[in-house]
Design a binder for this molecule. Sequence first.
Ligand SMILES: [Zn+2]
Length: 205
Amino acid sequence: MNFSSKLLEDAVNEFSKLPGVGQKTALRLVLHLLNKEQEEVSNFGNAIIRLRQEIKHCTICHNISDQHICEICTANKRDKEVICVVEDTRDVMAVENTGQYFGVYHVLGGLISPMDGIGPSDLFIDSLVQRVATTPVKEVILALSATMEGDTTLFYLYKRLKDFQIPITTIARGIAFGGELEYADEITLGRSIVTRVPYENSLIK
Ligand SMILES: [Zn+2]
């Protein structure tokens, strides 16, 4: 692409680094912003800068948060003794959107994937075991995607947690999660949280 302006070229290059955005789309977005009021574009830029500079991760559940402890972990009405284990923030949002879950979360920050060189120590697994060992917990719900990585992680977590003698449950497999979740799937996800089953049952089948 031949640009008439270095400023234009720089902006297009930055946008085209985003996932799924090619140079043509980047150019369209940049030209769109150029037509906006100065203040609107400043708000746009500031939101991204503040996001990166100020965002925190909850020290209890590792979810993305504005505070050191997130709103879910501090909410009085949430049952702190039920922990739903998920891969990332999108999954927390998906489960929250169902309106069917009233416990707290533990965000792993990924799934075990030997192919990608991601092992248990790369994830927030030790801190989950620590939570279960040091705070009263009456159930751990493993809500991970039905992929090979999800299954590997489920089994590993089960091995790490089973000696604590608390119910370890899982949602129905094959449920769409996080990024791919659409409204119809939210209903299914909500139902599968309500009808979760002991993880041992899924091992026998
Ligand atoms: Zn939290």
